[in-house]
Design a protein. Structure first.
Length: 516
C-alpha cells in the first residue's frame, strides 16, 4: 500500500490536492460558512491550519471544482460560480517600522491593480483598495471575495512599542474599514489571526463581522479530532506504535497526552494540534514540533509588562469577555496567552459562567516552561534539558548537597531576569524549576502564606523541601518537623531526606540550606 504523504507546513489547498497529500475533509463546514453568512473572523493559535483554511476558501470561490472531487462539498455545491478573490497574507513579513506594514499593503494592492486597473485619483491605500473592489465587481459581474490571513501579525510584533502599535492600528483600521464602505460589492469576507486583542479598535467600523472563535458549531474548523485521526490515519497509528515499541492503545494514549487537549468552547470536543500531529505521523517520533518552529517573543514582553505570577497561569477563573477583551491585554497577559494556544479551556462553571484555563497538553506545558526558564534562572536557552538532567541524576543518586548547589546557582541574582521584585522572581523561578523536575519525577508543590515547600519522589528517595523567605534553614527544618510533613511517608521504604532552604530577598538568591 502506498504510504501517505503528510502536508507539514504546506498551506496551499491546491498543492495538497494535486500532489495527493493527506487531507482531513473540512469542506462541509467551508460550504456552510460560504453560504450562510458574509463576514467572519476566526482566532486560532499559530500552525493550526488557518492559512490552509483561507486557501480552501480561495479555491472554492475560484470555482476550482476539480480540487474538491471526493470531498463533502462536491455533493453540496452545484453552481461552482467563479468570483474575483482578493487574498491578503500578512504572515511573511517582519514588522518593525511603520513603512514595513505600508509596504506589504502597497505590494498587494498594486498586484490587484495590475489586474483590475487603477485610478490615479485614489491617493491612499484605503481608497485604492476600495477602487480595486469596485472595479473587480464591475469587470467580473460577480461580487468580490476578500480573504485576510494573520490580520494581527503587525500588532503582535509591535507589543511593547506603543507608538508603533498606534501606527499599525490606524493603518489597519482605515484599510479594513473598506469592507464596510464597499459592502455592496462584497460577496464574502474571512479574516484569521492568532489574537483578538486588536479586534475592537481595528474592526470597530465592521460591526457585521461574525466571530467564530468560540462558536461550538465551528470548533473543529481547524485542527483535528480523535475521530478524524482514526478515520484518516489509523494505519499510520499502528506503525507509530510498532516503531516506538508500544501497543496500539499506548501509542494513541501518548499521542493524546502530547498533542490533544485544545478546547475552544465550554464542554467542547478535544482538538489536536495538527502541525505536531502530522509531524509525529510522518517521522514516527514523539517530538516538540510546535515549539521547535519558534515561540513568539511577545509572550515575554507581556509577562514583563504585567510582572505576572506564573503559578497563577493554571489557577485563573475567567469570563468569555475577559479572554476575548482588548482592554485586558495591557493589564493581564492571560487573554493573549490563551489565544496564542499556550492555555486552553479546561473547565466551565455554569453558575458563574467562568472558564478554568490550563495547559492543553504535555508538549505545550513542557515547551512553555523550557522557554521561560532562561529568563528567570542562570540556565541559558537550549541548556534546560541538560541542566535538569543533572538535577535528576543528583536526586536519583541520593546526592542532595550537589542538588542544592545546582539550585543555588540557578537561583542566584541575574541581570536578565524579567521581574525586578525579588519575591516574585523567586516564586516564578521556583515554579519553573519544580515544573521542570516534575516532567521527570513525581513532584508535589504547595504555596501558602509566603511558605514554599516541595516533595520530590524518586524510586529510592523522598525529598521534603521547605523554603523560607528571609528566614533561616534551621527554621525551615523545624517547620518540616513541627508540621509533620514526613508522617505521610512513615510506612514508605524509600529513604527520606529533609532539606531546609532560605532565600534572601535582599540578595535575591539562596543564601543557605541544611540537610537532615
Amino acid at each position: 500500500m502506498e504510504q501517505q504523504k503528510y502536508p507539514i507546513g504546506i498551506q496551499s489547498f491546491e498543492k495538497i490536492r494535486k500532489e495527493n497529500f493527506a487531507y482531513v475533509d473540512k469542506t462541509a463546514l467551508v460550504y456552510r460558512l460560504a453560504n450562510e453568512g458574509n463576514y467572519y473572523f476566526l482566532s486560532r493559535p499559530r500552525r493550526f491550519g488557518k492559512s490552509l483554511l483561507i486557501s480552501t476558501f480561495e479555491a472554492y470561490f475560484l470555482g476550482q471544482r476539480e480540487l474538491f472531487e471526493g470531498l463533502a462539498i462536491e455533493k453540496l455545491e452545484h453552481e461552482w460560480t467563479v468570483f474575483p478573490v482578493l487574498h491578503l497574507d500578512l504572515n511573511n513579513q517582519k514588522y518593525d517600522t511603520p513603512e514595513s506594514l505600508l509596504q506589504i499593503l502597497d505590494v498587494n494592492v498594486s498586484y490587484w491593480e495590475d489586474r483590475y486597473g487603477r485610478n490615479e485619483k485614489e491617493a491612499t491605500l484605503s481608497l485604492r483598495f476600495a477602487g480595486v473592489i469596485r472595479r473587480a465587481f464591475e469587470q467580473s459581474g460577480q461580487r468580490v471575495v476578500i480573504l485576510v490571513d494573520e490580520y494581527d501579525k503587525p500588532l503582535l510584533q509591535a507589543i511593547g512599542n506603543e507608538a508603533l502599535q498606534a501606527e499599525y492600528h490606524a493603518t489597519l483600521k482605515a484599510f479594513y474599514s473598506v469592507l464596510k464602505t464597499q459592502d455592496r460589492y462584497i460577496r464574502f469576507g474571512f479574516l484569521t489571526g492568532v489574537t483578538k486583542f486588536g479586534k475592537v479598535s481595528v474592526f470597530s467600523d465592521l460591526n457585521n463581522l461574525f466571530d467564530l472563535s468560540m462558536d461550538d458549531r465551528y470548533q473543529t474548523l481547524c485542527g483535528m479530532t480523535e475521530e478524524e485521526i482514526h478515520a484518516n490515519f489509523d494505519d499510520t497509528l499502528h506503525r507509530l506504535a510498532e516503531h516506538n515499541r508500544l501497543s496500539y492503545e499506548e501509542a494513541c494514549r501518548k499521542l493524546r497526552l502530547r498533542y490533544d487537549g485544545y478546547h475552544f468552547v465550554e464542554n467542547g470536543v478535544g482538538i489536536y494540534n495538527p502541525f505536531s500531529l502530522l509531524s509525529t505521523l510522518a517521522t514516527l517520533k514523539f517530538g516538540s514540533y510546535w515549539f521547535e518552529t519558534g515561540t513568539p517573543s511577545y509572550l515575554v514582553e507581556l509577562l514583563k509588562q504585567d510582572r505576572y505570577l506564573l503559578p497563577n497561569l493554571t489557577e485563573e477563573q475567567v469570563s468569555a469577555d475577559f479572554i476575548n477583551s482588548i482592554d485586558s491585554v495591557s493589564k493581564n497577559p492571560i487573554p493573549v496567552i490563551y489565544q496564542s494556544g499556550y492555555l486552553t479551556i479546561k473547565g466551565y462553571d455554569d453558575e458563574f459562567e467562568t472558564y478554568r484555563l490550563g495547559f492543553p497538553n504535555q508538549e505545550v506545558e513542557e515547551g512553555f516552561t523550557r522557554y521561560l526558564v532562561p529568563f528567570y534562572t542562570h540556565i541559558h536557552q537550549g541548556e534546560s534539558v541538560f541542566s535538569i538532567q543533572q538535577f535528576i541524576q543528583d536526586i536519583r543518586n541520593g546526592q542532595p548537597e550537589r542538588f542544592m548547589q545546582r539550585m543555588a546557582t540557578m537561583l542566584s541574582d541575574t541581570d536578565y531576569r524579567i521581574v525586578g521584585d525579588a519575591e516574585l522572581y523567586f516564586q516564578n523561578a521556583f515554579y519553573l524549576i519544580s515544573k521542570m523536575l516534575g516532567f521527570y519525577t513525581e513532584v508535589e508543590r504547595t504555596t501558602s502564606d509566603g511558605r514554599m515547600d516541595m516533595v520530590i519522589k524518586t524510586r529510592d528517595y523522598i525529598y521534603i523541601m521547605e523554603f523560607k523567605l528571609d528566614g533561616t534553614p534551621q527554621e525551615a527544618l523545624r517547620q518540616i518537623e513541627d508540621k509533620g510533613y514526613a508522617k505521610p511517608f512513615g510506612m514508605d521504604t524509600r529513604k527520606i531526606c529533609r532539606i531546609g532552604v532560605n532565600f534572601s530577598l535582599k540578595k535575591c538568591c539562596i543564601d543557605g540550606w541544611e540537610i537532615a
